[in-house]
Design a protein around this ligand. Structure first.
Ligand SMILES: Cc1cc2nc3c(=O)[nH]c(=O)nc-3n(C[C@H](O)[C@H](O)[C@H](O)COP(=O)(O)OP(=O)(O)OC[C@H]3O[C@@H](n4cnc5c(N)ncnc54)[C@H](O)[C@@H]3O)c2cc1C
Length: 495
């Protein structure tokens, strides 16, 4: 039986492991952290559970190929799904703009806010509806398709192609400026971190509208643990708290991996389901750099990366009818010299087990970019200053929430403040990234095969292969990597 060593036990690594076992390989996952899941995680604080990842999961609709894949790997097996009515609600002056799941409701509510934007609103709704049947391809990676399969794929992507052509070269902010009403303009411009192209908006809204982007009950950590359970039930082994440091290469083949504690693992194949930068610059010591990645690392303007400050709060009360995700203006405060003028608050009232009875857990995600990471990186060298800055941000967030919701005064406490350094420390995430390179209008799209030029038995897997990444890319690329290994072994792939 051929042996595969998988470096990284995030969603991509777990997916690769599950398909490795299903296809008759022996496999082992080496995970740096004490638990699998990677960025798909959650943790407990003071009687609350903080969900650190899923705000929406594409592939929650039964009957879609991605749902089938999520079920196969155990992630959505026997799990109920929570379908919020709104993707997000944005307050601006006296107006609240709701991004409803129901597109007709979205259309009529937006037109009632801004009749003068009727024509643009109609176009938006029509283009979202065009993607109604769009599904992320999960069947086979492009490099394994024959010409007929490629033609079939392109034909099935006709509507998606139209939307990409129409919106991928327009920045989200520029697209938003087509709308006259400031509340609608503001909602659209801030729907995703700055830099995203407008096409992303349409794909996100379409998946939400057609019921394919919702939230599995139990949250991120439970989902990752279901995958881990599936993997071990199939005979796979997870070695936790085991950081891979170096790959030993002989005659165009990796022979073994050396880990931080000195342990070594030998295998026929290796899969790097960790951060791409860890593979190229760490494990391969910069000796096998890939042009496509180098070009992106060297050009952060066209290929920006985003990270987060994630503030988790415990509220001694129930939130009533506050929308699941609400963006609202605040009296600004500064982080790394930039003014924070809005907060996006999410609550988990639909998950009673996440908080003690009668309480609710709340989170606020504040996007961080290139210069923010540099500041955090500098600050973290002084442990006390880093701690104080996290405390200050937590308190600023609490103050801003109380200003908006005075009934919460005296009832909110900061549970945790996560920074870009946290993602770097726990997941080895390059510059604290929570996704791969953002799809900007200048940047080129990437669909990488994960092959490493000059080495025959190692593959990169995970979200970096198909920017902007996310959980669906992780699960699909994990499976795809095993398909490539099956091809090398001249055996049929078992799905
Ligand atoms: C706050 C937040 C919210 C998010 N929300 C969503 C969402 O709503 N929907 C969505 O689709 N996506 C979301 N994402 C993104 C999603 O979490 C990631 O795209 C996905 O988890 C990436 O999976 P991965 O397996 O490719 O990589 P990772 O999760 O980064 O896994 C890599 C694993 O490799 C391990 N590792 C790294 N280096 C080594 C080494 N040298 N040796 C051993 N192990 C190593 C890491 O510890 C980690 O476990 C969110 C992310 C964050 C942080």
């Amino acid at each position: 039986m051929k042996m595969i060593v998988i470096i990284g036990g995030g969603v991509a690594g777990l997916s690769a492991g599950i398909f490795a076992q299903k296809n008759g390989f022996e496999s082992i996952i080496l995970e740096k952290h004490h638990t699998p899941g990677g960025e798909c995680t959650g943790w407990n604080r003071e009687g609350y559970h903080i969900d650190g990842c899923i705000h929406w999961l594409v592939g929650t609709k039964e009957g879609t190929s991605l749902h089938k894949l999520w079920t196969t790997v155990g992630a959505l097996e026997d799990v109920d799904i929570y379908h919020p009515d709104t993707f997000m609600s944005c307050e601006h002056g006296d107006f609240t703009v709701n991004l409803y799941r129901d597109i007709d409701k979205l259309r009529s509510s937006w037109i009632s806010i801004s009749p003068e934007d009727k024509a643009e609103i109609e176009i938006l709704c029509e283009d979202v509806s065009r993607l109604n049947s769009f599904e992320i391809p999960t069947d086979k990676p492009m490099d394994l398709m024959n010409v007929f399969e490629k033609i079939k794929l392109f034909a099935s992507m006709k509507e998606a192609g139209t939307i990409i052509k129409k919106y991928s070269k327009i920045a989200l902010k520029e697209y938003a400026s087509r709308f006259k009403h400031p509340a609608i303009r503001n909602t659209l411009a801030n729907f995703l971190p700055e830099g995203y192209s407008a096409s992303t908006l349409f794909f996100a809204l379409a998946s939400f509208a057609n019921g394919n982007a919702s939230i599995p009950y139990g949250g991120s950590k439970e989902m990752a643990m279901r995958m881990a359970k599936k993997y071990t039930a199939l005979g796979g082994k997870i070695v936790a708290s085991c950081e891979a440091l170096k790959l030993i290469i002989n005659e165009k083949k990796v022979s073994r991996v050396i880990c931080k504690d000195g342990e070594t693992f030998e295998a026929d194949y290796f899969i790097a389901a960790c951060d791409a930068h860890v593979l190229y610059e760490g494990l391969l010591e910069g000796k096998y750099n890939d042009k496509a990645f180098q070009m992106r690392y060297n050009n952060p303007k066209d290929y920006p990366l985003a990270s987060n400050i994630y503030v988790a709060l415990g509220y001694e009360g129930l939130v009533g009818d506050i929308p699941r995700t609400l963006r609202f203006p605040i009296n600004s405060f500064k982080i790394n010299g930039s003014n924070i003028e809005h907060l996006t608050l999410a609550h988990y009232s639909y998950e009673p087990s996440f908080a003690p009875e009668g309480h609710t857990v709340l989170t606020c995600a504040i996007n961080q970019f290139q210069q923010d990471y540099d500041e955090w990186s500098r600050l973290t060298k002084n442990k006390e200053a880093y701690k104080q800055e996290k405390l200050r941000i937590g308190n600023e967030v609490v103050e801003a929430i109380i200003k908006r919701f005075p009934e919460m005064e005296g009832k909110i406490k900061v549970l945790d403040v996560v920074t870009p350094i946290t993602y770097e420390r726990y997941c080895n995430a390059y510059r604290g990234s929570f996704m791969a390179f953002l799809p900007t209008i200048e940047g080129k799209s990437l669909d990488h095969s994960g092959k490493i030029k000059g080495i025959n038995n190692i593959f990169l897997s995970g979200q970096w292969l198909q920017p902007p990444g996310g959980l669906p890319v992780a699960v699909v690329t994990g499976k795809d990597t095993i398909m490539r290994i099956c091809k090398k072994e001249k055996q049929s792939f078992i799905s």
